[in-house]
Design a protein around this ligand. Structure first.
Ligand code: PEP
Length: 252
């Protein structure tokens, strides 16, 4: 496809990584420096405890957070505001990941409030959507994702530079299972149509990532699908070699 936005490969470390894991960022710096013509941008989203160190160490690599609070500040023990993230030099935040929707009961309306907060602070929101296995088996995948997109992405203030959508079928996360190329193509075309319906021409420029068991061995096939503009990677992002194998397979 022509006119596609520049791809993004983002790594979600989840609740993994002590300070020593920063050496993986050093290793990524080295690999990126050796490949100045990569056809994608790279981002790592480490846990909050090492965000500041990661920002200081990353070169030619964006650092994102995994969640935020919607408020500017105040009595929200344990939470982190978007302004605190930009203050560190963080440039993006993952929002509405299925683990937060499941573990913390996050609704699309709450995700939308966080997206507004991210936009207020100048952060890019990586908004995750995706169906469960039961929803796919009962033919509801497209409908579920439509509702999540409509509910999680505010119309005001959103443009191609401040949101990325990540389609992550819940049943593919951390399982080694991946949807067929035809199913990925169908869902990404559907999301593209939804975004164009909401944001007209800007909808064509928004990045739509695929996430769920992406690794070096399947990245070329998945990243070649129309309307797939990169990947959100969990397990395979923890080691620089595994993460960069995805880049090498799809974007070098
Ligand atoms: C994720 O949790 O965002 C993810 C895609 O995980 P994994 O790559 O491990 O399936």
């Amino acid at each position: 496809m022509t006119n596609q936005p520049k791809a993004l490969v983002a790594g979600n470390w989840k609740m993994n990584g002590l300070t020593a894991a920063i050496t993986e960022i050093d290793s990524l710096n080295h690999k990126i420096a050796n490949h100045p013509n990569m056809a994608c941008e790279l981002m790592i989203c480490p846990p909050a405890t090492i965000l500041a160190t990661a920002v200081l160490r990353a070169e030619n690599l964006e650092i994102g957070a995994q969640d935020c609070h919607a408020a500017l500040g105040g009595a929200h023990t344990g939470d982190v505001s978007t302004e605190m993230l930009t203050d560190l030099g963080v440039t993006a935040v993952i929002l509405g990941h299925s683990e937060r929707r499941a573990d913390h009961g996050e609704t699309s309306a709450q995700v939308a409030e966080k997206v507004v907060a991210a936009q207020r602070a100048g952060l890019v929101s990586i908004i995750c959507v995706g169906e469960t296995e039961a929803e796919r088996k009962s033919g509801q995948a497209l409908g579920v994702v439509s509702e999540q997109i409509a509910g999680s992405i505010p119309l005001d203030g959103t443009h191609a530079d401040n949101i990325v959508v990540a389609y992550e079928p819940v049943w593919a996360i951390g399982t080694g299972l991946v949807p067929s190329v035809a199913d990925v193509a169908e869902m990404h075309a559907h999301i593209r149509d939804l975004l164009k319906g909401m944001f007209e021409n800007d909808g064509d420029k928004m990045r739509i990532l695929y996430g769920g068991s992406v690794k070096g061995s399947n990245a070329a096939e998945l990243m070649n699908v129309d309307n797939v503009n990169g990947a959100l990677v969990g397990g395979a992002s923890l080691k620089a070699d595994d993460f960069f194998a995805i880049v090498e397979a799809a974007y070098l």
